[in-house]
Design a protein around this ligand. Structure first.
Ligand SMILES: NC(=O)c1ccc[n+]([C@@H]2O[C@H](COP(=O)([O-])OP(=O)(O)OC[C@H]3O[C@@H](n4cnc5c(N)ncnc54)[C@H](OP(=O)(O)O)[C@@H]3O)[C@@H](O)[C@H]2O)c1
Length: 290
């Protein structure tokens, strides 16, 4: 059972798993996950042994106006609902994969990427609520995994524009782009993340696991790498420091929000999560084919 199947990540899960996984993916219109009676009934009635949760409030800046509001929609979707979902999965004996974010960290780790066991330190309301959601899932009786993903980018069109497709659109129109130079990030090619979630689901991994690029880049290098691969002008890309970039956004963001994927690699090998260069090669191949 996939919840949030119309979203950026969920829609790719449905695309890539549809051929060989029996999927139940209620739309928002069919199931409002915040309607407790409807959620309980839906889960009770379905035979699906596995639930993959991609439903969330994923707009980082849009969450800020609700900061501190535990009666708000952001808290309901990111904190209260995952705990309830996990509790139901526990009662019903269903395995749960819950997707979370690198933003649970404070981004001060310059020496090495964040490991699953590192202390968290959310800086914005989105991140605080996502962290509470993680805790609700892991504190439940369900057999469950929290998979933290970072900056998924896709070659497929979606109403939500990720960084890679934003670059393509803007640079393609000859518009300038600014890229942060002093920020370590591990953006994941969405198809790789979806394959990783598949492995996690197959073995019913429990606990927290990071799903990100197997190597870091910076937003500036990432954007220039896209320009170079797509034959677009890298001169349109200008450098900016994190100190200049960060105050312009409503939500505080972690500077070095890079994720260490060695736990994933130990369990599932090194073939699924790739470094940024190999990810972008695969992305370009798909973009060029569509
Ligand atoms: N995108 C990123 O850059 C990023 C980075 C790190 C982690 N993540 C995490 O990845 C997960 C998926 O993110 P995403 O970018 O795919 O999010 P998204 O595109 O905003 O999708 C959110 C999904 O939740 C559904 N939803 C929201 N409220 C609902 C409700 N009341 N009832 C039923 N469904 C509801 C939406 O359905 P409708 O649209 O039909 O309402 C949509 O399918 C989230 O947990 C997010 O925190 C995302």
């Amino acid at each position: 059972m996939v919840l949030g199947g119309s979203g950026l990540v969920g829609s790719r899960v449905l695309d890539l798993w549809a051929d060989d996984v029996e999927l139940i993916a209620p739309t928002h219109a069919e199931l409002d996950i915040l309607d407790d009676r409807a959620l309980t009934a839906f889960l009770t009635e379905t035979q699906a042994p596995v639930v993959v949760n991609l439903a969330a409030w994923a707009d980082v800046d849009g969450a800020e106006p609700e900061r501190g509001n535990r009666d708000g929609r952001v808290y309901a979707l990111n904190a209260r609902y995952p705990a309830r979902l996990a509790s139901l999965c526990g009662e019903l004996g269903k395995y749960l994969v819950h997707v979370s974010t690198d933003y649970v960290f404070d981004g001060t780790s310059l020496d090495r990427a964040y490991r699953e066991s590192d202390p968290t330190g959310p800086l914005c309301w989105y991140a605080e609520t996502k962290l509470e959601g993680e805790q609700g899932v892991l504190g439940s009786s369900a057999q469950a995994c929290v998979a933290r993903i970072e900056m998924p980018f896709s070659a497929q069109p979606h109403r939500k524009q990720d960084l890679a497709r934003l670059c393509l659109a803007r640079l393609g129109r000859g518009e300038p782009m600014v890229g942060v130079v002093d920020q370590r990030i591990t953006p994941v090619f969405l198809d790789d993340a979806v394959r990783a979630l598949r492995q996690i689901k197959e073995v019913r991994f429990t606990g927290t696991i990071h799903v990100a690029a197997a190597g870091w880049t910076t937003p500036y290098l990432f954007i220039r790498a896209i320009a170079a691969r797509m034959g677009l002008s890298a001169d349109l890309v200008t450098a900016e420091t994190f100190a200049d970039f960060a105050p312009k956004r409503p939500a505080r963001r972690p500077q070095h929000s890079w994720l260490d994927v060695s736990c994933f690699e130990e369990h599932f090998g090194r073939d699924i999560l790739r470094g940024p260069e190999a990810e972008l090669d695969a992305w370009v191949e798909q973009v060029s084919a569509t």
